[in-house]
Design a binder for this molecule. Structure first.
Ligand code: AP5
Ligand code: MG
Length: 227
């Protein structure tokens, strides 16, 4: 833990409309959860939304599952519709972090179109991590089946193996954290999502963070960047 958040930092974060951009396993979800808890900012993770739809066996979930398990992207129109509906809910009125969206150029353009004037993006933060590190993070990840807390067999182990420290429920491995799907996700990231770096760099909103360091160091730097 670092020093407490200053009231100034807190005030700025309360108005954040941020995008966390980066490859699978970069730590977007880990950090977005922490920032959201610290600063009462809504955490909008398209991956989490889709996994909830899959668990509830909705039509959207059934449609998305095949793409997700294969490590491919779910079609843009499905994702854009889902995000538009989510961002209109009352808890996302003032401030949010988009985690895992946008990840194609059409998604970025759709987001630009739906945000205008005062509601424009405040930060786009690129989580930079070398690919060799990502593979280790993804294969050792375990997630709580109930509260969604993110753990790692070596980097962030629970006190009791297989049991969530936060809520006592069972930990599971994501179905897309198998080696074949991991390889595909990294390839999809390189071809479809990495071009967004230039898109946001051109718009002068891109900030880069060295996310290969410890979670606490990354969190401290993130708070500074989001001021
Ligand atoms: P999504 O859930 O978004 O997965 P992702 O982008 O592949 O990213 P991850 O959640 O795997 O990684 P993360 O950066 O959140 O890392 P985490 O914090 O967990 O998407 C899943 C699928 O849904 C997609 O493949 C696609 O099919 C679909 N989808 C979602 N959004 C979509 C969209 N917009 N368009 C189309 N399809 C979409 O950390 C990883 C591990 O590392 C954990 O074990 C953690 O404990 C550990 N860790 C974290 N930080 C550190 C650190 N600093 N040091 C050491 N270990 C760390
Ligand atoms: Mg995630």
């Amino acid at each position: 833990m670092g020093p407490p958040l200053s009231s100034m930092a807190m005030a700025v974060m309360l108005r954040s409309r941020a995008v966390f951009l980066g490859p699978p396993g970069a730590g977007k979800g880990t950090q977005a959860k922490k920032v959201a808890e610290t600063a009462a900012v809504a955490h909008l993770s398209t991956g989490d939304m889709l996994r909830q739809e899959v668990a509830a066996k909705t039509q959207l979930g059934l449609q998305a599952k095949t793409f997700m398990d294969a490590g491919k992207l779910v079609p843009d129109d499905v994702i854009i519709g889902m995000v538009r509906a989510r961002i209109r809910l009352p808890d996302a009125k003032d401030a949010w972090i988009l985690d895992g969206f946008p990840r194609t150029l059409p998604q970025a353009e759709a987001l630009d179109k739906s945000l205008s004037g005062a509601a424009a993006l405040s930060h786009v933060i690129y989580f930079a991590v070398p690919e060799a590190v990502l593979v280790g993070r993804l294969s050792g990840r375990r997630t709580c089946s109930k509260c969604g807390a993110i753990w790692h067999l070596e980097n962030r182990p629970t006190k009791k193996a297989g049991v969530c420290d936060q809520c006592g429920s069972e930990l599971v491995q994501r179905s897309d954290d198998r080696p074949e799907a991991i390889g595909k996700r990294l390839e999809v990231y390189r071809s479809q999502t990495a071009p967004l770096l230039a898109y946001y760099r051109d718009r002068r909103v891109l900030r880069e963070i060295d996310a290969s360091r410890s979670p606490d160091l990354v969190f401290q730097e993130l708070l500074k960047l989001m001021q």
